[in-house]
Write a protein that binds this ligand. Structure first.
Ligand code: FA5
Ligand code: MG
Length: 441
């Protein structure tokens, strides 16, 4: 069935999705296996950890409007242009994003809805949705994940009260056992906006920090029953860059000995608010990864588990509660190594965007790891656990480049048979040869 739908996908000129028809063109790159995720809406599935977490955050931001857009399909204008992404931003490329055609795509972030939400007049809102990105394969990356966008904006009048509001919030936070490391001092590389009064912009950034620190403390410090009571939670603010905010920050939480990035945020570009026909407002926005936080809070070891329909996973969770996931069993992995030559450039004109290999005579056609991973996922679905590059070399004489990847297969729900994995690996190789023109060694 998989093969049939793929053949059909490749030959028809249009595709009907959610009752709308999209003409295919040179940009179309979304496989049926990804389109099949659109109706799942894990963020709205009762007693699912993603939905539990969404609800906990919505309850924390009490008077914020909760929004969930109906469709994951947005225009490239909404996802990129209207937010000020430059024409050559890497996120726009076919290797990183899923397109239905040149004008429509699966949103890569919830920020795609910022302008329409501000335009609708919302001043304090939280918007949750599934987002789609072509990416690598490991326990923390999946081509579909969930984000929550939050924003708060004020009119000029309301901004006058911000200083005293911030003072109150700072006092409340000072009483929490929370260690906040702030290395995000506003600098030349992370400036306030020229159209903003720097004093007010500073208060907006302060309010953003207080609001998120308080949410993080609520989730990690209060709701999560901690195993080590003596260690207070450590949170780190670092300088970041987004085309639609400045100053911009990323927030990391220290968990299990590592700093983990959980969100990006900043003071909303005035251009964005002007675009949304609310030029009189100013404020902040953030975008957080629900899986990242849920994996820590519920101790979920692999991002694929969120997609499991196995009752042994689903029945462990309950609305309103953060509980520790108990693995019902860990099935063995089965890995297969795959060595191959990258395709050889026959006619240099065909090799658009290709990098010349190692100064040799022969060029190598552009090869992108995300294209490789996409095929592996399309064949193996959730049976692939990770794909890692284990060898990469260029033959000095011929200039040809060779790569070796280790494909690690494991089911979350059962033991895989060796023949079954061999069949998957065989199909992966066949598709890589047909579609990426690699040469197995
Ligand atoms: C964004 O997506 C921005 N739209 C965030 C933002 C919103 C900035 C509003 C400013 C104002 P980024 O690509 O860094 O930024 O992703 C935000 C968060 O999504 C990350 O911190 C992470 O928690 C989560 N995330 C990103 N990529 C993945 C992935 N492949 N798998 C799981 N979670 C991810
Ligand atoms: Mg980031």
């Amino acid at each position: 069935a998989q093969t049939e739908s793929r053949a059909e996908f490749a030959t028809t000129l249009e595709q009907a999705i959610e009752g709308n028809v999209y003409q295919k063109d040179a940009w179309t790159n979304t496989p049926p296996s990804i389109l099949a995720k659109l109706p799942r809406r894990l963020h709205q599935q009762e007693n699912h950890p993603i939905s539990i977490l969404r609800n906990l955050i919505e309850n924390h931001f009490k008077d914020f409007q909760a929004i969930s857009p109906a469709s994951a399909i947005v225009t490239t204008h909404m996802n990129f242009d209207e937010l000020g992404f430059p024409a050559d931003h890497p996120g726009r490329s076919l290797t990183d994003s899923y397109y239905l055609n040149q004008t429509h795509m699966l949103r890569t972030h919830t920020s795609a809805h910022e302008v329409e939400t501000f335009r609708a007049g919302h001043d304090k809102w939280l918007l949750s949705a599934d987002v789609y990105r072509r990416d690598e394969i490991d326990s923390s990356h999946y081509p579909v994940f969930h984000q929550m966008e939050g924003a708060r904006v004020w009119t000029q009048d309301q901004l006058q009260d911000l200083k005293s509001l911030n003072a109150k919030m700072a006092e409340e936070l000072a009483a929490c056992p929370l260690v906040i490391e702030d290395i995000s001092i506003s600098s030349e590389s992370n400036p306030y906006q020229p159209e903003h009064d720097p004093e007010l912009a500073k208060e907006i950034a302060q309010n953003l920090k207080h609001s998120l620190n308080s949410m993080i403390f609520r989730l990690f410090g209060q709701l999560k029953a901690k195993s080590t009571e003596e260690e207070p939670l450590r949170v780190r603010w670092i300088e970041a860059f987004f085309p639609f905010t400045t100053p911009s920050y990323e927030v990391e939480v220290f968990w299990n000995g590592e700093w983990l990035e959980i969100l990006g945020c900043g003071v909303v570009m005035q251009k964005t608010l002007n675009n949304a026909s609310v030029p009189e407002k100013q404020g902040w926005a953030f975008g957080l990864g629900l899986e990242r936080i849920a994996m820590i809070l519920f101790s979920i070891p692999d991002i694929r588990l969120f997609w499991s329909e196995d009752a042994r996973f689903l029945r462990q969770f309950q609305e309103g509660r953060i509980t520790t996931f108990k693995p019902y069993s860990k099935y063995p992995t089965c890995y297969k190594d795959l060595s191959f030559w990258l395709p050889q450039e026959k006619n240099p004109k065909e090799a658009r965007g290709a990098k010349a290999a190692g100064g040799g005579m022969t060029g190598t056609l552009a090869f992108h790891e995300n294209d490789f991973c996409e095929i592996v996922r399309d064949v193996a679905g959730d049976l692939i656990e990770s794909v890692t590059l284990i060898d990469d070399f260029t033959n000095k004489k011929t200039g040809r480049q060779s790569k070796c990847y280790r494909l690690n297969y494991r089911s979350m729900d059962r033991s895989l048979l060796n023949e079954e994995v061999n069949a998957l690996q065989g199909e992966v190789i066949q598709r890589l040869v047909e579609e990426l023109h690699i040469e197995p060694r």
